[in-house]
Write a protein that binds this ligand. Structure first.
Ligand SMILES: [Zn+2]
Length: 166
Protein backbone atom coordinates (compact mmCIF):
# COMPACT_ATOMS: atom_id res chain seq x y z
CA UNK A 1 0.00 0.00 0.00
CA UNK A 2 1.32 3.43 -0.95
CA UNK A 3 1.51 6.16 1.66
CA UNK A 4 0.61 9.74 0.74
CA UNK A 5 3.72 11.58 -0.38
CA UNK A 6 5.51 13.60 2.27
CA UNK A 7 4.43 17.19 2.64
CA UNK A 8 1.04 16.50 1.10
CA UNK A 9 -1.46 18.87 2.72
CA UNK A 10 -4.24 17.51 4.88
CA UNK A 11 -7.61 19.20 4.96
CA UNK A 12 -10.57 19.77 7.21
CA UNK A 13 -13.86 20.93 5.68
CA UNK A 14 -17.01 22.22 7.28
CA UNK A 15 -20.44 20.62 6.82
CA UNK A 16 -21.26 22.74 3.77
CA UNK A 17 -18.50 21.20 1.66
CA UNK A 18 -19.47 17.51 1.39
CA UNK A 19 -18.93 17.27 -2.33
CA UNK A 20 -15.48 18.90 -2.19
CA UNK A 21 -14.62 16.55 0.71
CA UNK A 22 -15.34 13.50 -1.45
CA UNK A 23 -13.28 14.91 -4.30
CA UNK A 24 -10.25 15.66 -2.13
CA UNK A 25 -10.34 12.14 -0.67
CA UNK A 26 -10.62 10.63 -4.13
CA UNK A 27 -7.61 12.70 -5.17
CA UNK A 28 -5.63 11.19 -2.31
CA UNK A 29 -5.79 13.91 0.33
CA UNK A 30 -6.42 13.09 3.98
CA UNK A 31 -9.62 15.10 4.50
CA UNK A 32 -11.79 15.41 7.59
CA UNK A 33 -15.42 16.38 7.18
CA UNK A 34 -16.74 18.27 10.18
CA UNK A 35 -20.52 18.52 10.28
CA UNK A 36 -20.71 20.17 13.67
CA UNK A 37 -22.26 23.60 14.02
CA UNK A 38 -19.75 24.49 16.73
CA UNK A 39 -16.77 26.35 15.28
CA UNK A 40 -14.63 25.47 18.32
CA UNK A 41 -14.90 21.78 17.48
CA UNK A 42 -13.64 22.47 13.96
CA UNK A 43 -10.83 24.75 15.14
CA UNK A 44 -9.72 22.12 17.68
CA UNK A 45 -9.08 19.70 14.84
CA UNK A 46 -7.55 22.17 12.41
CA UNK A 47 -3.95 22.07 13.64
CA UNK A 48 -1.73 20.55 10.91
CA UNK A 49 -4.65 20.73 8.51
CA UNK A 50 -5.83 23.36 6.06
CA UNK A 51 -9.32 24.54 6.89
CA UNK A 52 -11.68 25.04 3.97
CA UNK A 53 -14.86 26.93 4.75
CA UNK A 54 -17.09 29.61 3.27
CA UNK A 55 -18.00 30.84 6.75
CA UNK A 56 -16.41 34.28 7.06
CA UNK A 57 -16.50 34.32 10.87
CA UNK A 58 -14.78 30.95 11.03
CA UNK A 59 -12.18 32.01 8.45
CA UNK A 60 -11.25 35.09 10.44
CA UNK A 61 -11.10 33.16 13.74
CA UNK A 62 -8.86 30.51 12.20
CA UNK A 63 -6.53 33.07 10.65
CA UNK A 64 -6.24 34.92 13.96
CA UNK A 65 -5.14 31.63 15.53
CA UNK A 66 -2.41 31.35 12.90
CA UNK A 67 -4.14 28.47 11.10
CA UNK A 68 -4.29 28.14 7.34
CA UNK A 69 -7.87 28.75 6.27
CA UNK A 70 -9.13 29.21 2.75
CA UNK A 71 -12.51 30.03 1.27
CA UNK A 72 -12.79 27.64 -1.70
CA UNK A 73 -15.57 29.75 -3.22
CA UNK A 74 -18.65 28.25 -4.77
CA UNK A 75 -19.81 27.06 -8.15
CA UNK A 76 -18.72 23.97 -10.07
CA UNK A 77 -16.22 21.65 -8.40
CA UNK A 78 -13.67 22.42 -11.11
CA UNK A 79 -13.64 26.08 -10.10
CA UNK A 80 -13.01 25.19 -6.45
CA UNK A 81 -10.24 22.73 -7.30
CA UNK A 82 -8.63 25.30 -9.58
CA UNK A 83 -8.64 27.84 -6.78
CA UNK A 84 -7.00 25.35 -4.39
CA UNK A 85 -4.45 24.37 -7.00
CA UNK A 86 -3.51 28.01 -7.60
CA UNK A 87 -3.55 29.02 -3.94
CA UNK A 88 -1.64 26.03 -2.58
CA UNK A 89 0.62 25.34 -5.55
CA UNK A 90 -0.44 21.70 -5.67
CA UNK A 91 -1.41 19.60 -8.65
CA UNK A 92 -4.41 17.30 -8.54
CA UNK A 93 -3.62 14.00 -10.22
CA UNK A 94 -6.14 11.24 -10.68
CA UNK A 95 -4.12 8.27 -9.41
CA UNK A 96 -6.57 5.71 -8.01
CA UNK A 97 -3.74 3.96 -6.17
CA UNK A 98 -3.40 7.09 -4.03
CA UNK A 99 -7.13 7.58 -3.49
CA UNK A 100 -8.83 7.58 -0.14
CA UNK A 101 -12.35 6.35 0.40
CA UNK A 102 -14.76 9.23 -0.42
CA UNK A 103 -17.10 7.91 2.28
CA UNK A 104 -14.77 7.54 5.26
CA UNK A 105 -11.31 8.93 4.36
CA UNK A 106 -9.49 5.59 4.84
CA UNK A 107 -6.89 4.47 2.30
CA UNK A 108 -7.93 2.15 -0.52
CA UNK A 109 -6.05 -0.97 -1.58
CA UNK A 110 -6.02 -2.80 -4.88
CA UNK A 111 -7.87 -6.12 -4.53
CA UNK A 112 -8.43 -9.10 -6.80
CA UNK A 113 -11.76 -9.82 -8.47
CA UNK A 114 -12.12 -12.94 -6.31
CA UNK A 115 -11.95 -10.88 -3.14
CA UNK A 116 -14.86 -8.63 -4.07
CA UNK A 117 -16.94 -10.60 -6.57
CA UNK A 118 -19.85 -11.01 -4.17
CA UNK A 119 -19.94 -7.25 -3.53
CA UNK A 120 -19.87 -5.85 -7.07
CA UNK A 121 -22.55 -6.12 -9.80
CA UNK A 122 -21.72 -8.79 -12.38
CA UNK A 123 -21.76 -6.22 -15.20
CA UNK A 124 -19.00 -4.24 -13.51
CA UNK A 125 -16.97 -7.40 -12.92
CA UNK A 126 -17.21 -8.19 -16.63
CA UNK A 127 -16.18 -4.73 -17.77
CA UNK A 128 -13.48 -3.77 -15.30
CA UNK A 129 -10.29 -5.44 -14.21
CA UNK A 130 -9.05 -3.28 -11.38
CA UNK A 131 -10.92 -2.86 -8.11
CA UNK A 132 -10.01 -1.02 -4.95
CA UNK A 133 -11.42 -1.59 -1.50
CA UNK A 134 -11.55 0.66 1.54
CA UNK A 135 -9.36 -0.76 4.33
CA UNK A 136 -11.77 0.42 7.03
CA UNK A 137 -13.51 -2.77 8.23
CA UNK A 138 -16.67 -0.80 9.04
CA UNK A 139 -16.85 0.50 5.47
CA UNK A 140 -15.07 -1.84 3.02
CA UNK A 141 -16.63 -0.05 0.06
CA UNK A 142 -15.42 -1.25 -3.34
CA UNK A 143 -14.48 1.11 -6.18
CA UNK A 144 -13.69 0.72 -9.86
CA UNK A 145 -13.10 3.08 -12.76
CA UNK A 146 -16.59 3.27 -14.23
CA UNK A 147 -18.15 6.06 -16.22
CA UNK A 148 -17.93 8.28 -13.16
CA UNK A 149 -14.15 8.05 -13.37
CA UNK A 150 -14.12 9.30 -16.98
CA UNK A 151 -15.91 12.44 -15.81
CA UNK A 152 -13.43 12.86 -12.96
CA UNK A 153 -10.54 12.50 -15.38
CA UNK A 154 -12.07 15.12 -17.70
CA UNK A 155 -12.40 17.58 -14.85
CA UNK A 156 -8.76 16.99 -13.88
CA UNK A 157 -7.54 17.34 -17.46
CA UNK A 158 -9.24 20.71 -17.68
CA UNK A 159 -7.58 21.72 -14.45
CA UNK A 160 -4.09 20.83 -15.48
CA UNK A 161 -4.17 22.82 -18.67
CA UNK A 162 -6.38 25.78 -17.82
CA UNK A 163 -4.88 28.13 -20.43
CA UNK A 164 -4.46 25.70 -23.28
CA UNK A 165 -6.86 25.43 -26.17
CA UNK A 166 -8.55 22.05 -26.05
ZN1 LIG B 1 -14.40 3.68 3.46
Amino acid sequence: MKQPSRGQPKFILDGMLGSLTRWLRLLGFDTLFCETQFDDEILDQTEHRILLTRDKTLLVRAQKLGLTAINPGSGPIQKMLQLLQNTLGICFLGDPNQSRCPQCNSPLILVTQEEIQDRVPKKSLDHHHRFWQCINLQCRKVYWQGRHWTRIQQTLDNLRFPDEEQ
